[in-house]
Every structure is written in C-alpha cells, then in structure tokens.
Write a protein that binds this ligand. Structure first.
Ligand code: ATR
Length: 294
C-alpha cells in the first residue's frame, strides 16, 4: 500500500459517530488541495474530523448553507466564485472579512455562522516566517489591485510598514484600493508607468496578478533589472512553484518567496479558528508538496 493509500485507510478507520464535518466549496473544486491538507492536519493533531470538497454552483449556495446549519458542519472554506456571495447567508462577518469584502472561512458555533478572511493574514504569516520576519518600516510594492491584492494589502497595513505602493495596469483600480485602506500606513495607488521608480526604493515586491501562472510560465509582471539586490521578491502563484518573476529576481540578487506558503497558512488559520489548536503547518506543507509533485 502507498503512503497516501495507507493514510486514507487510517482516516477512514477512525470515522465514527463523533466525527465532525468540514469542507471546501467552489465551482470548480476538484483541483483543490485543501482536503488532503486539512485531513493531514486532523490526523497529525488527533482531531476526529473529516474534510471533503463540495462542488456547489451559485444557484445552490443558499441550500448549502442551510445544510451546514442542519448537519452541524463545523467549518467551511469558501473559494471562487462564492467568496463574496456567501456573506449574505452568514450571521456575523469578522472585521477583516468585512474590510476585505470577501469570506474564505466559515466557523459554525452551534448554528451561528461567522465569516472570516484568512487569505491576507495567511500571506503575511508566510512572508514573515519564510522571507522577512520584520515588516515594520519596510517599503512594499504590491503588483495588482484585484481581490487577492485587497486581502494582502489589508493584512500588510496592520504590520506598520513605512509605505505600500499598489501598482496596477488599470491605474484607477489601484487608486481606489489604496483609498479604501484607511489605516496608519501610507498606501498609494499608481499605474504601471510608475513601477520602475517604485521598485527602486522597495524592500519587498509582491506579485498578486496572474502573470506567470501556468500555462503562461514565460511571462513576468516586471523587469527584474528594476529590483534592488537584497530586496524580497514574493509571488502568490504556486503553480509553478518558482515563477519567471522569482527566477529573474533571484538572478538579480533578490531573496525570493513563493506562493505555496500563503495557501498553507490560510488553511492553518482556518484550522486554528475551528479547533482552537495550533496548526501542524510543516505536515500540511509536506502533504501539499507531495501532491503537487505527483
Ligand atoms: P484576483 O481576485 O485573483 O486578484 P482579479 O480581481 O481579476 O483577480 O485581479 C487580477 C489582477 O491582476 C488585476 O490587478 C489585473 O489588472 P487590471 O485591474 O488592470 O485588470 C492584474 N492582471 C491580470 N493580468 C494582467 C496582465 N497580463 N498584466 C498586468 N496585470 C494583469
């Protein structure tokens, strides 16, 4: 029996009348690595839980949430395209999810459903643990102004960096995103014509666009010659694990940070909200890496 088959067998063995249900919803969903990651986390910590993937189309979203209440599903992760629409069915929206305008994690406390967003804080935890422990006083450039950028900029702004510059192809979206962040950190939005100048002064440059994602692996959102040697180049893409942006940046003398950690830690926070226990992040990463290499 392979290691994967053995662990599935171990998990099934433990299912009993106390087993607590969890899952991820999306459309599509069959590509998701969340079930293997979360079931590994349950096995690792001895939590009697099972986590599966539900293919939920937009017209079934309300029915699904009614099912969560009826069946007492303890926790749900929410992915594309439901992160915004699911909010109307929940009882409470956590402050961070409200500010970001999207929910990726639901906690069910005895029928009371609260929506959280762990994407941005997951990214920041990954960045701090894997690349740059101290964000206070740093100059940060964020490439892109979409949904992913919103969560990341919100979480970064809580870390008291010196500045955050959002650079986007459509300048107006960058300006609007910057204006919606009213924290202590200075956040400005610019068009990509300002990117070279912004990068010259940046300690950390983060790609939140889809540029460079499989199958467009030969594309990069930036000319690496603009980057300061020693700066951190960070990409939220994890397919491929090392994008052209990161390869070019490494050659230019930058430290690099890939996107897998964001996925691991958004899940780690969800696990912690549901169980109250520290997530076994190293084991979760090992399982996802194994699956990605198959
Ligand atoms: P997500 O929710 O994943 O962030 P999104 O909301 O569609 O997705 O945002 C994608 C971001 O990547 C946007 O900032 C987009 O720029 P525009 O606002 O100008 O559309 C950016 N983006 C996508 N493809 C790009 C490309 N080829 N070059 C530059 N920016 C790109």
């Amino acid at each position: 029996m392979t290691a994967a088959a053995q662990s599935t067998a171990d998990a099934i063995q433990r299912i009993d009348s106390h087993t607590v249900l969890f899952g991820v919803i999306g459309d599509p969903i069959r590509h998701s690595k969340s079930p293997i990651m979360m079931n590994r986390a349950f096995r690792e910590t001895g939590v009697n839980g099972v986590y599966t993937a539900f293919h939920i189309t937009a017209d079934k979203l309300g029915d699904f949430i009614a099912g969560v209440r009826a069946m007492g599903i303890r926790g749900v992760n929410v992915t594309i395209p439901h992160k915004l629409d699911v909010m109307q069915y929940l009882d409470h929206i956590d402050e961070s999810a409200a500010a970001i305008g999207a929910v990726n994690t639901i906690v069910n406390n005895d029928g009371v459903l609260t929506g959280y967003n762990t994407d941005g804080i997951g990214y920041v935890r990954s960045l701090k643990e894997e690349a740059e422990a101290q964000l206070v006083g740093k100059h940060i450039v964020v490439l892109g102004a979409g949904g992913a950028a919103r969560g990341i900029v919100y979480a970064l702004s809580k870390e008291a960096p010196a500045s955050i510059t959002i650079a986007n192809r459509t300048e107006q979206r960058a300006i609007e995103l910057a204006a919606s962040m009213n924290g202590v950190t200075s956040v400005v939005g610019v068009g990509n014509d300002q990117l070279e100048r912004a990068c010259a002064n940046a300690d950390i440059i983060i790609n939140t666009t889809s540029t460079g994602m499989f199958p467009h692996v030969d594309e990069s959102p930036i000319d690496a010659a603009w980057l300061r040697p020693g700066a951190v180049a960070s990409d939220i893409i994890y397919n491929p694990m090392k994008t052209k942006f990161l390869m070019d940046a490494e050659r230019a003398g930058c430290r690099i940070h890939g996107g897998l950690g964001m996925f691991i830690y958004q899940g780690a926070y969800a696990f912690e909200y549901w169980t109250g226990q520290p997530a076994p992040a190293a084991a979760m990463r090992e399982t996802v890496l194994e699956a990605l290499q198959q």
